[in-house]
Each structure stands twice: as structure tokens, then as C-alpha cells.
Design a protein around this ligand. Structure first.
Ligand code: PLP
Length: 411
């Protein structure tokens, strides 16, 4: 019989969302007339902006004519898009990134999951806790995580707790690691890092010879002008950091699929021979072997985001979600809850009331306000005692959910 990759057996089952679904189903069976509101959504809900839809239509028409039809494109993205990214996402912020350092893809999930392939099978990994689960699971699949540690984690992963006590600012690793995943604005805590905190990470990585895998999928939600949108706004980051960016939450591409990863040419890691090897060349090799490029029509749609109308329309959608986040934050604070995030991120990270753990608070919100969120413990052990709500719902149901929480949770 063929043998499997046993590391897959070490993955924890998709407990979080299946358990939420089970409890919701049970509640609905017992209360068929209750109108549930889902504020746990981590997906865009507003339609694509008109400028993007127009570009999609035009690109489809190009594909319908022999003279303008496109087959395979460049595996790393069309220049019309990488040049716009270099100019608008980086040049406009005083950062120099060459178009050929930008690798366009079908999503940050796949890029963040695949990038670990470039590192040694026994490379040591550090993760913030709580965390977007893809960083962990992709390393479990690769055999880097070790065995269960008996506390809900894995014994070869270094967990960097992010809690209210350290203002969700992860501590630097206290033992050698090869790679660190950082995500800011953060999912799930909604925290951001200012320039001094980011510089501390870059300086540490330069000294330690580690690589930072920086996920900036939510940079479009940053409101405060002094918060960096890119790790490359910090001097020296080009030598130590990869950056993942996505159109999913900025331009509503969760179903349309387009993202990009920046791998600067100065970024190196060590071969077993001791030689320093550029990760740029390795990622190029990886992508051109295992990926055949994001669709032409989709890249045209992404490019439309950089037109003046596209920018305005994308901004309006982000403002809409951020207004929802503000309504939730203010409403929950008025209900006497302690709330974090929601200022530079669409995620609101709620401290559960004394005596209630994440799941007990989930049950309380479900039963008393008929509102569904996400228990923080599902994102890692440091998420225990917290609860995630998001600004991705529609306005009317967000307002109603907040009103219900305010009136019913107080009783
Ligand atoms: N990175 C983070 C932190 C996310 O929360 C998500 C989606 O929820 C992604 C990446 C996935 O992005 P994409 O839709 O581009 O695959």
C-alpha cells in the first residue's frame, strides 16, 4: 500500500468552525424563529467596485477575440500589474521595490502556506499566538512543528503570546529560530505595530539571521498616519523580510482571487554548505515550477484598483467596513465590555467578561443576543478569554446585533 505523509495526521481537525456550526445548528433547531446575525464573518460581503467590474468585462472581451486573446502569462504576474504595485503600494510610501521583486498570485493564503517550502525541513518556526492558522498548519504538514505539547500546541513551535498584558505586541524570540510569521494589522486581534516596534523586529532579524514572513493582508484598513503599511518602510527590512499582500480584503477579491508577495533580492538564507542563497531566485523557481500565474482577466481587474475611480471606490468599501467596526467597538464598550482592535483593522477583539471563557461567551451571545462570533481560543491558547467580531457584515445587521448585545447582555 502507498505510504502517506504522516505529518498530515498531526494536524488538529478543523475544530473551530465545525464546532461553531454544530452549536449554531443545535440552537436553530431549538429556536426556529430566532433571527441569527453572524458577526464572525472573515469574508468580504460588499460587491466588487464598479471600476473593477468594468475592467473585468473589458478583459473578458479581449479573451473573446483572436487578436487580443491571451494564453499562459508570466508565472510571476504581468508587468502592467507589477509596475502599478511598485509605484502605488511602495513608491508612493517612499519604498523602492522593483517590479520583478513582486510575485503576483491567486491569494495570500497559498503564498503564506507555500513559502515555508524554501526553508530546511528542520528549520525552527516562531508564531504569534493567537494566529491565522495557515502559518501553523502549513508547517505541521511539512513536519516542522513536532509533536503535540499537551497544551494545545506543538513542541517544536515557538509561540509568542499576544495578549492585553503586552498590548498584543509579540515578544522577540528567546531562542534561535529560522523564520517568524508576523501579521499586522493582525487577524484576529486587530492590533497594529508602530514604526519602533517594527524596527525592533527588523533589527532583531538582522542580528539573529532569521527571516520575517510579514503578512500585510489588512494594510488597507490602517487609519492612523504613523502606522507603517509595509515592513519595507523600516530600514534594513529588505535583507530580512518577505511581505504578503492581498486584494481579498482591500478590493473584495475573496472570491475573485489575486494577491502578491514581495521577495527583495537582498534577502538571503543559508544552504547546508554554508553558502548564502537569495530567496528571490528560489521563490521564482518554486512559482515557475508549481504555479502558472494568476488569470489575465483577474490581473486586469486588480490593476483597475489603482485608477483614480478604483482607489475612491475601494476606499469607500473599506470605510463602510470600518464604520461597522466602530459601531461594534462603541456599542460593546457601552455594554460594559473591554474591546481591542477595530481602529486600524476590521477585527474587534473582545475580552470575555469575568468568569466566562471564549466558548462560554460564544454560548451567551448566541443564546441571549442571537449573535454568532468566533471564540478566541480557536486561534491559539493565548486567544482564550477573548472573542472575535468583524466589521464585514452589512450595516443593518451590524446595527441590530450591537443593539441586541447592548440591551440583552445587560440583563
Ligand atoms: N492572511 C490573513 C492574515 C488572512 O486573514 C487571510 C484571510 O482571511 C489571508 C491571508 C488570505 O488571503 P487570500 O484571500 O489572499 O488568500
Amino acid at each position: 500500500m502507498a505510504r502517506i505523509n504522516d505529518n498530515y495526521l498531526r494536524l488538529k481537525s478543523g475544530y473551530l468552525f465545525s464546532e461553531i456550526a454544530r452549536r449554531v445548528k443545535e440552537f436553530q433547531a431549538a429556536h426556529p424563529d430566532a433571527k441569527l446575525i453572524r458577526l464572525g464573518i472573515g469574508d468580504a460581503t460588499q460587491p466588487l467596485p464598479p471600476a473593477i467590474v468594468q475592467a473585468l468585462h473589458a478583459a473578458v472581451d479581449e479573451m473573446a477575440r483572436a487578436e487580443t486573446f491571451r494564453g499562459y502569462g508570466p508565472e510571476t504576474g504581468y508587468e502592467f500589474l507589477t509596475e502599478l504595485i511598485a509605484k502605488h503600494d511602495y513608491g508612493a510610501r517612499g519604498v523602492t521595490i522593483a517590479p520583478d521583486e513582486i510575485f503576483v498570485s491567486d491569494g495570500s493564503k497559498s503564498d503564506a502556506a507555500n513559502f515555508q517550502e524554501l526553508f530546511s525541513p528542520d528549520a525552527a518556526v516562531a508564531l504569534t499566538d493567537p494566529v491565522y492558522p495557515v502559518y501553523l498548519d502549513s508547517n505541521v504538514m511539512a513536519g516542522r512543528a513536532g509533536a503535540p505539547d499537551g497544551r494545545g500546541g506543538y513542541d517544536r513551535i515557538l509561540y509568542l503570546p499576544c495578549t492585553a498584558e503586552n498590548r498584543f505586541d509579540p515578544p522577540l524570540p528567546d531562542r534561535p529560530v529560522d523564520m517568524v510569521y508576523l501579521c499586522f494589522p493582525n487577524n484576529p486581534t486587530g492590533a497594529v505595530l508602530g514604526r519602533p516596534a517594527l524596527k525592533r523586529w527588523v533589527d532583531w532579524a538582522r542580528g539573529a539571521g532569521a527571516v520575517l514572513l510579514y503578512d500585510a493582508a489588512y494594510e488597507g484598513y490602517i487609519q492612523d498616519s504613523d502606522i507603517p503599511h509595509s515592513i519595507y518602510e523600516v530600514d534594513g527590512a529588505r535583507e530580512v523580510a518577505v511581505e504578503f499582500r492581498s486584494y481579498s480584503k482591500t478590493a473584495g477579491f475573496t472570491g475573485t482571487r489575486c494577491a502578491f508577495t514581495v521577495v527583495p533580492k537582498e534577502l538571503t538564507a543559508r544552504a547546508s554548505s554554508g553558502e548564502a542563497v537569495a530567496l528571490h531566485g528560489l521563490w521564482f523557481r518554486r512559482q515557475s515550477t508549481k504555479f502558472n500565474g494568476a488569470p489575465y482577466v483577474i490581473q486586469r481587474a486588480a490593476a483597475a484598483m489603482y485608477t483614480p475611480e478604483g482607489q475612491k471606490q475601494v476606499r469607500a468599501t473599506i470605510d463602510y467596513y470600518m464604520d461597522n467596526a466602530r459601531l461594534i467597538r462603541e456599542g460593546l464598550e457601552a455594554a460594559g465590555l473591554t474591546v481591542y482592535g477595530g481602529r486600524n483593522a476590521p477585527y474587534i477583539w473582545v475580552k470575555t467578561p469575568a468568569g466566562l471563557d471564549s466558548w462560554a461567551f460564544f454560548d451567551k451571545l448566541l443564546n441571549e443576543a442571537h449573535v454568532v462570533g468566533t471564540p478566541g481560543a480557536g486561534f491559539g491558547r493565548s486567544g482564550e478569554g477573548y472573542f472575535r467580531l468583524t466589521g464585514f457584515g452589512n450595516r443593518a445587521s451590524t446595527e441590530e446585533a450591537v443593539a441586541r448585545i447592548k440591551t440583552r447582555l445587560k440583563r
